[in-house]
Design a protein around this ligand. Structure first.
Ligand code: OGA
Ligand code: ZN
Ligand code: ZN
Length: 387
């Protein structure tokens, strides 16, 4: 999920009246709605060329340079319904577009909107969205629909991708630049001698989130099946947000403990990488909704909570993982060559059953993008009218 401090735009386009107060203006829009804008806020958001760079999308105005008690010398409404201010002191002039003011009105406090999110229902296997490789590579409309699916249900299967190594990088780059790590920009999931991850063995991988020992988790993960002749190795996907909601409902004490107790995670390969982070298994946003689930049994470092909380912490971890592994919020699939499973690594735990490397070859390739860039791509596609 994401936190976006932005109110939905309201259909108000002209300012009809202004009432001055000691430290603010009360604007009435032409639909009768009123909003408060403080003098300091208005001066701080002046859109003129000396306050906002006209080509660099950044501010020049420095909040620190504005007097706390700044006030307008003169306030007017333009014929178009915009607000015109001449400020006391340096006689700086500001012009505020009415629609912009309506869009940025803050009367109701900060808005923490939760992404459009559909939790998987307990016990009834979700049929995950699917999309054709050609359609997302060729059409921005299909691309956006696919990204919306990943944001809403956490997962989508791309079908019919070429079984050519590197294809998954091109798919990821339809969305954004890729995220690097000690495993590289593009990694091969094959059973190999001298592995530096359990993923590169034939072991079962219990449902997990990737790279939990990093402060910033990879946002979206792409796993592309190139060759799959081995027996076993089925893909497991679990909705971590649905599991967290179930824990909150059935065992609120464990839920609270996992939200408030940072746990130690570590990956150290003895070859130049020692990445360690302390973070809770369930992270909330400021509105109290689950933002991130952080769990990988393989990367849990030795627990070091104080002794009087050790057993409670184990109990809470086991309660959550029990729900994750119960199969009630899970889908299973056997990937076919040309399939790419794409999922929200803040939300979905993924894993596989054990496979038999002697029964045939199995080769996946994977990569990541960051969540910020995934959401940025959604916003820019929406803004260019592809809704
Ligand atoms: C991984 C992983 C799953 C699989 O590489 O991180 O979880 O199906 N792989 O091999
Ligand atoms: Zn200005
Ligand atoms: Zn993994």
């Amino acid at each position: 999920m994401t936190v976006e401090p932005r109110a939905p735009a309201r259909p108000r386009t002209a300012v009809a009246g202004i009432e001055r107060r000691s430290d603010r203006l009360l604007l009435t829009f032409d639909d009768g709605a009123t909003s408060t804008f403080h003098h300091l806020w208005l001066r701080d958001n002046c859109p003129c060329p000396s306050c906002r760079h006209q080509s660099v999308p950044e501010r020049l105005v420095d909040t620190q340079s504005i007097a706390e008690d700044i006030a307008p010398a003169k306030v007017d409404i333009s014929p178009e319904g915009d607000v015109l201010i001449v400020w006391t002191g340096d006689e700086h002039r500001s012009r505020f577009d009415a629609a912009w003011l309506a869009e940025h009105a803050y009367d109701d406090g900060p808005r923490w909107t939760v992404d459009d999110r559909q939790l998987w229902a307990a016990g009834s296997p979700m049929s995950p969205p699917e999309v054709a490789y050609d359609s997302i590579m060729q059409s921005d409309v299909d691309l956006l629909r696919w990204l919306h699916d990943i944001r809403r249900v956490g997962v989508s299967f791309v079908r019919g991708a070429p079984t050519v190594p590197g294809t998954v990088a091109a798919i990821a780059e339809r969305v954004a630049f890729r995220r690097n790590s000690n495993f590289g920009l593009l990694w091969d999931v094959v059973s190999k001698p001298d592995p530096d991850s359990l993923a590169y063995t034939a072991h079962a991988l219990a449902p997990h989130v990737d790279l939990v020992s990093r402060e910033t988790l990879p946002g979206v993960q792409f796993l592309h099946c190139l060759v799959f002749e081995a027996t076993g190795g089925d893909t497991i996907l679990v909705d971590g947000f649905a599991c967290a909601a179930e824990l909150a409902r059935t065992d609120p004490a464990s839920y609270d403990l996992l939200v408030t107790t940072p746990l130690p995670w570590r990956y150290r390969d003895g070859a130049g990488t020692d990445v360690s982070y302390r973070g809770p298994m369930i992270r909330l946003d400021p509105s109290g909704s689950v933002r991130e689930v952080r769990y990988s049994n393989a990367l849990l470092a030795p627990l070091d909570v104080p002794p009087d909380r050790t057993l409670d912490t184990y109990r809470a971890v086991r309660a959550f993982v029990g729900i994750v592994r119960s199969g009630r919020f899970e889908i299973r699939a056997r990937l076919q060559p040309g399939d790419v499973v794409c999922f929200d690594n803040y939300r979905i735990l993924h894993g596989r059953t054990e496979f038999d490397p002697n029964s045939g070859h199995r080769h996946l390739q994977g990569c990541y993008i960051d969540r910020d860039d995934f959401l940025s791509r959604i916003r820019t596609l929406e803004a260019s009218g592809h809704r």
